[in-house]
Design a binder for this molecule. Structure first.
Ligand SMILES: NC(=O)c1ccc[n+]([C@@H]2O[C@H](COP(=O)([O-])OP(=O)(O)OC[C@H]3O[C@@H](n4cnc5c(N)ncnc54)[C@H](O)[C@@H]3O)[C@@H](O)[C@H]2O)c1
Length: 251
């Protein structure tokens, strides 16, 4: 049990990477709050936990762009499970477009979820982790934190910001026993990637071709890295930017 006695929150846990991570954490003994703006998705995640699992999943609705909602998520976690040790700030959205084509609303929406959402979770989650004796904050950035792609200018900007937030927070909070790392996935087969894969029948093959590993990633590929960062096995890892892209960025 790599996360026994740990309390974790995973945002964006109603689908994709967040769902896989919440289930993986619970399988290792964590008591997990699966938080998502899509409450039905969060409930479905909790329902997917097999009977007899060593951990527990409590579904919660949260809008990570809203202070009151984030504060309520943190407070209800502490009230229910007695503390907070792991916060996986994973909720994210993507809107297509070059800087010229992207609407201002889409720009604001992406910054609200991908950057302000991570900031609010950290702002209100770190004090709870501090009160619990320290912890691990993980942010889902992207391979696009390092390199850009065509037609997702705003998304790339948010993920660059998420990466720098990680490093800045690792410096600020390391001395109080809080590690801060980000995971930078490449192409992962989730709802976020689905429109691209549907539009491009050879998209899956293409993603496999550009990754030396020869395949597109799956949510569990990311969940395993999140588990490592959440556990005490990574006790000397902070401020790191972990690429989980099948080697795509090695080109
Ligand atoms: N799939 C990929 O190829 C890929 C690559 C790099 C990075 N990422 C990042 O991984 C993270 C997870 O994405 P995914 O691929 O699992 O996509 P997904 O769409 O399956 O999951 C994202 C989840 O975030 C939730 N969410 C959106 N806005 C929210 C809000 N305001 N408050 C709370 N929850 C909210 C959604 O309801 C959804 O359940 C995102 O940060 C994304 O940017 C994904």
């Amino acid at each position: 049990m790599r996360l026994s006695n740990k309390v974790a929150i995973v945002t964006g846990a109603g689908a994709g990477i967040g769902r896989a991570s919440a289930l993986r954490f619970a399988a290792e003994g964590a008591r997990v709050v699966a938080a998502d703006i899509n409450e039905a998705g969060a409930i479905e995640t909790a329902d997917l936990l097999p009977d007899g699992s060593p951990g527990e999943i409590a579904p919660v609705r949260v809008d990570v762009t809203d202070t009151a909602s984030v504060k309520a998520m943190i407070q209800s976690t502490v009230d229910r499970f007695g503390g907070l040790h792991v916060l996986f700030s994973n909720a994210g959205i993507m809107r297509d477009g070059s800087a010229i084509d992207l609407s201002e609303d889409d720009w604001d929406a992406m910054f609200a979820v991908n950057v302000k959402g991570a900031f609010l979770c950290a702002k209100h989650g770190v004090p709870a982790m501090r009160a619990s004796g320290g912890g691990s904050l993980i942010i889902t950035a992207s391979a696009n934190s390092f390199y850009a792609e065509s037609d997702i200018a705003g998304y790339c900007a948010t993920k660059g910001a998420a990466m720098q937030l990680t490093r800045a927070m690792a410096i600020d909070h390391g001395p109080e026993g809080i590690r801060v790392n980000c995971i930078c996935p490449g192409w992962i087969e989730t709802a976020m990637a689905a429109p691209y894969l549907e539009e491009n029948p050879d998209g899956r093959e293409f993603a496999g071709k550009i990754a030396p590993s020869g395949r597109i990633g799956q949510p569990n590929d990311v969940a395993e890295v999140a588990l490592f960062l959440a556990s005490d096995e990574s006790s000397f890892v902070t401020g790191s930017l972990m690429l989980v892209d099948g080697g795509m960025s090695a080109w």
